[in-house]
Design a binder for this molecule. Sequence first.
Ligand SMILES: Nc1ncnc2c1ncn2[C@@H]1O[C@H](COP(=O)(O)OP(=O)(O)OP(=O)(O)O)[C@@H](O)[C@H]1O
Length: 692
Amino acid sequence: MKLGALLEMSNGDTPVSHRGMAGLNIDAEMAKRRSDVIEWLNSLFPGLRMPVDASEEELRARLLDGSLLCGILRRLSPGYSNEMRNDNYDSTPENSSENITKFVSVVENMGLPGFNVFDLEQGAVSTVVYCLWSLKDHLLSDVCQDGNSLVRSGGEGRTKPKVLQSTRFAPLSVVVGDGNGHSPASIGEQRRHSFHELRSPHYFQNTHISEPSTPQSPYGGHKFHDVFQLKQGHYYDIQASKISDMMKSNSLDNAPTQSLLSIMNGILDESIERKNGDIPQRVSSLLKRVAQEIERRIATQAEHIHNQNNLIKTREEKYQSRIRVLEALAMGTNEETQIVMEQLQLLKTEKHKIEEKNTHDEENIGRLLKEKEKNDKNTSELAKELETIKRAYKEQYRHMETKSKENQEEFEQKLKEVESYLEESRSRMKELEAISESKTQNWNHKEHVFQKFINLQQQSVKELRSSYDSIKLELAVSQKKWCEESIAFGKRLKVLTDAADNYHSILAENRKLFNEVQELKGNIRVYCRIRPFLSGEDKKHTTIEYIGENGELLIANPSKQRKDGQRMFKFNKVFGPASTQEEVFLDTQPLIRSVLDGYNVCILAYGQTGSGKTYTMSGPNGASDEEWGVNCRALNDLFQISRNRRDTYMYEVGVQMIEIYNEQVRDLLANDGSQKKYPFFPCDLITPINKC
Ligand SMILES: Nc1ncnc2c1ncn2[C@@H]1O[C@H](COP(=O)(O)OP(=O)(O)OP(=O)(O)O)[C@@H](O)[C@H]1O
């Protein structure tokens, strides 16, 4: 909020508690006044053409050189215009300050609010606006009182001066004519104070009594001029008729006060000089008239001063109330000041940001300018390229045109060919139509044949249906038979189920008997297997002389004689060198199977080194199915039996391979390679089957 606005607000129109709204109202009011003033100035100066919504700064710029203010005074008084020229009141910058000061002094003398030159140059324009607005208001009110639109139309004011009444100001000089030497119509009109009085330079010189500058001045009548021209001692000699004319013409009303005083002094001095004290009647009448006029003017001036005093008092009261309001505002707005300071800080920050942004924008502009230059360069290059392309296109167009002509000729040629083809096609079509006709007849014939075939097929279908019915009947009979057979089969199946139950019990009994047989055969059996000669061994040096079927083995000892030279051994069975792995296994198989019935079995191979223990138990390295030893065959047999019995029993098979060497027991299936020593943990006894 501006200070000027605040001061206006303190006029009492707006409560202090509504400062915000009041500020807005005052701003609006000031804007309104500013636009009124601009409108008024535009009407005074048609060439001005200032927008009514112009800002304070724009208005300041227009008023700053003082030319407009001088113009206002000229419009108000063409005479003043001349005077200004005489006084060098032009609008040059050197005189602007002086002109403004003069304008302010005139306005203040009218009792209107003025302003400081500083206000117009740098301070609050609102005070200048208020001054102009008051002047406009004052002049318009005067015009309205007289029904005259002089102020609104400056041209009329210059060419047809009017005499308007002003009760507020009492000029010391009086308007007596229109500049053509004509007298006013009446005394009452002469006494009116119009803004035309502003034309008078004496008005602007205000409170001192001034004189017309020349005898030809439009402000004094010719009769008054005659009187003024009288030299000392000549007043007594003025003719009565002349004095009468002077008094009748009311020239005295228009005469400068200085002149009136000169007349009065002249008459009194002449009277003293003559020393007889007699003053002619006519001169005394003139003297009386002059004295009355001076008295009237003094009274008017006193009234004016009284009005000025009242105005000053009113202003003082107004300023006092403004000061009170400002004090209240100052007390009540500490917090607001704080907020304003914060907002100011924010604004500074914002300003700083905006400055940074501006810098950034400038950089951007620079960059954009460079880009623009680059783009211009590109554009020129593109234009050249376009020109080249254009030329190429023209060339191509010419080429295409030529080609088009060729194509057209070719097309016409082809058209002729097509027409000939068409003709040929027509003839071909006729031929085809003839062929088609013959084919149609052929198809009709075929249709007839097919119709016959269909009839035959339908006959066959009928026969098939009858056979289908007979088959269906046979099927029903068969189904009935099948049902009867199913029932009979169920009965037989029941018999088989019973037999199977008996089979299990018999099987258990068989197993029991089998194991008993094994036990009867002997829990410990000893077999002997004779290894064949290996390659490189001498087959003639064998010690075996006889192998019996019941386990007899006769060994010869060539180092001893007779009975001691032979020795008979008895085994459960002796396997000769030609015996196969399967034959060896088959003898141990029943014992191995008894494991599945809960018996413990141990098969031990014993013999000297190279006698074939490993071969018999495991088989040779990379053994085929035929060469598998007892171990692999036993496991294979056990897995097969457990698979066969899987519906009845569930077996768990574990494998362990150990080596006993030098009274040390080692696990041959150990994973870590360290070959754990006995005793093993129980879990080690169950080894995955795939390790076998
Ligand atoms: N019945 C057989 N038929 C053919 N070759 C055999 C037979 N028995 C053993 N051999 C062969 O005789 C050699 C020695 O056999 P094997 O290694 O099984 O003897 P071993 O008793 O296990 O010896 P060691 O105690 O030193 O381990 C092997 O080459 C083996 O192939």
